[in-house]
Design a protein around this ligand. Structure first.
Ligand code: ADP
Ligand code: MG
Length: 723
C-alpha cells in the first residue's frame, strides 16, 4: 500500500538527500564468494532503509506507522453497494484471471464469495502475480470499491493469499512510510528484529515523566507498532493517544535540546566587544526627525546588550511591516562603527538595498560615516573601488545585496552583520556572510574563533509556537507597536468583474493627489506569463487613464531602469505604479495611499500583508482593494475575510496557521523541520511549551539525560541542525 496516500506520512524530508553509506558495500567486498549474494541482497535492503533515514536499530524502532488499517473484518461482496468509496476488506475465491489489453495492458481478476463478485484491476503487475492469482486460489483484498464498467471493482487493491478459514487480525494493522522496493512485510520484519536489539531504557528521568504524565518509552513504542485489540482506535488514528503524546514530546524535546545546545555552543566563539555608544550614535539619534517608539527603545536595549558581549549575538528582530526596524538597525550599525568596526547591511532585492542605502546614507554621511554600496549591477570599475574601500577598512558601513556574499571580498574589521528580510535568504547565504569577517575581526592574540555579531530582521510575522520551535536557537526581539500617527488601512474585497469601477476610483484618488500601487496577479507557473500580464495591465491602464502618469516595474527590468521608475514614483512624478511582487518587500513611499491587488486569491496571506504594508505609511488614510476572481472556494473566502478584518500581521499569521498549517511561514529556515515527523505544531502547541521548559531544565541540571535523549532521537539527524 503506497505510503504517499497518507498526507501525514512522516518520511523524513532529508532522507532522499542522504548519500548511501559506503560501509555496506565495503563489507560485501570482503565477504567470501558463497555468501556474497545474500550479503549484497542485505546491503541493498540496508541501502533502501538508509534512503528512508533508517541507519541504526533505534532509527528503525522509531520508524512509526504513518497510519493504521482496519483489517479485522471482512465484508460480504454482495453487500458492498452501500459503502462505495470507502476502504473495505473482502475475501473470495478467484473465478477469473486474465491479462487484458483494453485500452492498455492490465491484469483483471474476478473474485467471488457466496454473495457476489468483484473485479480487481491492476495496471502495473508482475508475471508472478498472474500465477499467484490463478483460478481457485483464495485471496483477501483491501481497497476502495467503485462502480466499474462491469460492476463493482477495486483498482490496485492490496491483497494477500489466504487459506480458507485463516484467522483475521484482532487489532489494527500499522502501515509504515515506505520507500521504493520496501514492502510493509519487510519493514515490519526489520522493525521487529531491531526491537529485539535496542536498549529500551527510558531517557527521561521518572520525575519528569510523572510531572508531565507521560507514558514510559518502551510500552508506548511497542503499542504503536502493535496496537492491542481493545485500544481506542480513534485516539490511535488521530494521534492523541498517550503513546503518541509520549513520542511527540520526546521528539519536540530533542529538537529544543539540540537547538538550545547549538545556541550555547555559539557562546564558545569569540566576537568583537562593541562597547561604544559614542559620538556617532549620539549624533545620529539627535538628528532623527522623530522619537523612537517604546518598542524600538526596548529592542535597541536588547541588541546593544548583546553587542557588548564577547560572544556573537544571533538575534532576530521581528516587527510588523512599517514598525521601524530599519532605524533600529542603523543605530546598531552606529554602535559598531563607534567601536571601530565595520557593519554590513544585506537586503534581498536591489530596490530594497538601494532604498536602505539612500535612507541610511542620508542619515549617516552628513555625520562623516563612509557608506559604501555594493551590488551585482555596479560597473566593474565601481566594484573594484567599492571592494578596495571595504577591504582596507575605510568603508565603515557597507550596504548591498547578495553581491556581498558572491563577490570575493573580505571585510577587514567586520563587527556586525545585519540581514534584512532574513527569510528571503538561505541559511547558507547568511553563514557565508558571517564568515566573511571571521577571524580577521580581531587580532591574533585571541585564541578563540571570532565571528561578527548578527542581527536578522523579518517582517514575516510568525506565530508564537512556530517561533518557539524554529527559532529556538535565536534570541528574538519583537517590535510590537507602530510609530504614532498612522491611520489604519481599510481593506475591501471586490469581485474582479468590477474592475472598471476600481479604475474609476484610482482616477479619483490620483486627482486628489494620492499615489497608487496596482499589483499584478501572481502567476506562479510561468514568469513569462506574469511579465506579459504586467505589461498588458500597464498598457490597458495607461489607455484607460490618459491624464495620469503610469509607471511599470517588474523583476526582469535592469536595476537602473527599475530605479528610474521607483525614483519617479518616490518623487511623485508617477501617479500610478503598475508592479509585480518586486515591490513586496520594504519599499517605502509614504505618499502612496491606495493599493489595488488583482487576483488576491492567488497570494499567500503573509505576502498580501507585506504588499499591503506598502501603503498606510504616511498620515493619509489608506485603502487596499483586493480583487478576486469568482467563484471563490470556502477557504479562499475565509482567507480574504481575514485580510479584510485584520491589519495586525501576527493576528493574520495566527489565523492563517489555523487555516493552512505551518509550511507557509518557514521560508528558507527549514533546518528544524527535518526533525519533526510526529508532532503537529497546530494541535500540539501545548506540548511545544512543555518540551521547551523541560529542555531548559535538563540543559542546566542534567547533561547526561540531554546526551542520552539526543543520541536516541537525533542520532545521524543532528547534522542538519548546525546552522
Ligand atoms: P519596517 O519595519 O517595515 O522595515 P521601516 O523601518 O521602513 O519599517 O519604517 C517605516 C517608516 O516609518 C519609515 O518611513 C521610517 O522612517 C518611519 N519611522 C520609523 N520609526 C519611526 C518612529 N519612531 N516615529 C515615526 N516614524 C518612524
Ligand atoms: Mg524594512
Amino acid at each position: 500500500m503506497p505510503a504517499s496516500k497518507n498526507k501525514s506520512a512522516p518520511v523524513p524530508r532529508s532522507a532522499a538527500k542522504r548519500a548511501p553509506s559506503k560501509a555496506g558495500k565495503d563489507t560485501t567486498a570482503k565477504m567470501p564468494a558463497a555468501s556474497a549474494a545474500t550479503a549484497s541482497a542485505v546491503s541493498k535492503i540496508e541501502e533502501k532503509l538508509r534512503r528512508l533515514g533508517l541507519h541504526t536499530d533505534m532509527d528503525k524502532v522509531l520508524h512509526l506507522p504513518a497510519r493504521y488499517e482496519d483489517e479485522t473484518q471482512v465484508r460480504r461482496i454482495g453487500e458492498l453497494g452501500a459503502i462505495y468509496g470507502q476502504p473495505v476488506q473482502v475475501e473470495g475465491v478467484v473465478t477469473a484471471c486474465e491479462v487484458a489489453f483494453r485500452p492498455r495492458r492490465q491484469l483483471v481478476v474476478t473474485i467471488s464469495d457466496d454473495s457476489g463478485q468483484v473485479t480487481m484491476r491492476f495496471l502495473n503487475f508482475y508475471g508472478s502475480q498472474v500465477k499467484q492469482l490463478a483460478e481457485g486460489n483464495r485471496v483477501r483484498a483491501r481497497g476502495e470499491v467503485r462502480h466499474g464498467f462491469f460492476g463493482a471493482e477495486m483498482v490496485h487493491p492490496s491483497y494477500k493469499m489466504v487459506n480458507e478459514g485463516a484467522p483475521l487480525p484482532d487489532a489494527l494493522t500499522p502501515v509504515y512510510p515506505a520507500g521504493e522496493g520496501l514492502s510493509q512485510t519487510l519493514l515490519r520484519k526489520t522493525i521487529v528484529s531491531a526491537m529485539s536489539r535496542i536498549d529500551w531504557r527510558d531517557t527521561l528521568p521518572d520525575a519528569l515523566r510523572t510531572a508531565h504524565q507521560l507514558m514510559p518509552f518502551e510500552p508506548a513504542i511497542r503499542l504503536l507498532h502493535n496496537p492491542p485489540p481493545e485500544i481506542d482506535e480513534s485516539a490511535l488514528i488521530d494521534r492523541s493517544h498517550d503513546a503518541w503524546v509520549r513520542v511527540k514530546f520526546d521528539e519536540l524535546l530533542a529538537q529544543q535540546l539540540s537547538m538550545k545546545r547549538a545556541q550555547l555552543a555559539r557562546r564558545d566563539k569569540g566576537a568583537p566587544v562593541l562597547k561604544q555608544v559614542g559620538t556617532l550614535s549620539r549624533a545620529f539619534l539627535a538628528q532623527l526627525p522623530f522619537a523612537l517608539t517604546k518598542a524600538q527603545q526596548r529592542v535597541l536595549k536588547e541588541i546593544r546588550h548583546d553587542m557588548q558581549q564577547a560572544f556573537p549575538m544571533q538575534r532576530l528582530l521581528q516587527g510588523d511591516v512599517g514598525s521601524g526596524k530599519t532605524v533600529v538597525a542603523a543605530i546598531a550599525a552606529a554602535q559598531a562603527i563607534d567601536s571601530g568596526f565595520q557593519a554590513v547591511l544585506m537586503a534581498p532585492t536591489e530596490i530594497l538595498a538601494d532604498q536602505h542605502f539612500r535612507k541610511i546614507a542620508g542619515w549617516m554621511a552628513p555625520l562623516g560615516v563612509r557608506v559604501v554600496w555594493l551590488t551585482g549591477s555596479l560597473k566593474k570599475k565601481e566594484k573594484v573601488e567599492a571592494k578596495t574601500l571595504i577591504e582596507n577598512g575605510e568603508a565603515q558601513l557597507v550596504i548591498g545585496t547578495h553581491a556581498l556574499i558572491q563577490e570575493d571580498v573580505q571585510l577587514s574589521k567586520l563587527g556586525l552583520v545585519i540581514v534584512d528580510e532574513q527569510h528571503r535568504f538561505g541559511v547558507g547565504q547568511r553563514l557565508t556572510l558571517r564568515n566573511k569577517g571571521a577571524d580577521n575581526a580581531t587580532s591574533a592574540r585571541k585564541q578563540r574563533a571570532t565571528v561578527p555579531h548578527q542581527l536578522m530582521m523579518s517582517a514575516t510575522p510568525i506565530p508564537r509556537t512556530l517561533a518557539m520551535t524554529y527559532y529556538a536557537d535565536l534570541e528574538v526581539s519583537v517590535i510590537d507597536e507602530l510609530p504614532p500617527g498612522r491611520t489604519p488601512i481599510v481593506t475591501r474585497v471586490i469581485d474582479q468583474n468590477r474592475r472598471d469601477e476600481v479604475i474609476e476610483r484610482v482616477h479619483a484618488a490620483a486627482l486628489e493627489g494620492r499615489q497608487i500601487y496596482w499589483v499584478c496577479p501572481l502567476i506562479e507557473e510561468s514568469e513569462a506569463l506574469q511579465l506579459q500580464t504586467a505589461t498588458d495591465t500597464y498598457t490597458t491602464l495607461s489607455a484607460a487613464l490618459p491624464d495620469l502618469r503610469v509607471g511599470l516595474v517588474h523583476g526582469r527590468m535592469k536595476p537602473a531602469e527599475k530605479q528610474l521608475v521607483m525614483d519617479g514614483f518616490a518623487q511623485g512624478e508617477i501617479h500610478l505604479l503598475v508592479a509585480t511582487t518586486v515591490i513586496e518587500v520594504g519599499v517605502d513611499v509614504p505618499n502612496a495611499s491606495l493599493m489595488v491587488i488583482e487576483h488576491a486569491e492567488r497570494f499567500g496571506l503573509s505576502q498580501l500583508h507585506q504588499l499591503r504594508g506598502r501603503v498606510g505609511r504616511g498620515s493619509a488614510a489608506s485603502v487596499c482593494l483586493l480583487l478576486y476572481q469568482s467563484p471563490l472556494g470556502p477557504v479562499a473566502k475565509q482567507r480574504l475575510a481575514i485580510m479584510r478584518e485584520f491589519t495586525d500581521g501576527f493576528e493574520i499569521a495566527r489565523r492563517d496557521l489555523e487555516l493552512r498549517g505551518p509550511g507557509e511561514f518557514l521560508g528558507a529556515r527549514q533546518s528544524g523541520q527535518a526533525m519533526l515527523r510526529f508532532a503537529d505544531l497546530e494541535t500540539d502547541q501545548w506540548l511545544v511549551e512543555r518540551a521547551r521548559d523541560a529542555a531548559q531544565m535538563l540543559l542546566s541540571d542534567d547533561p547526561a539525560t540531554v546526551d542520552a535523549h539526543l543520541a536516541r532521537w537525533l542520532g545521524s539527524r543532528e547534522e542538519y541542525l548546525k546552522v
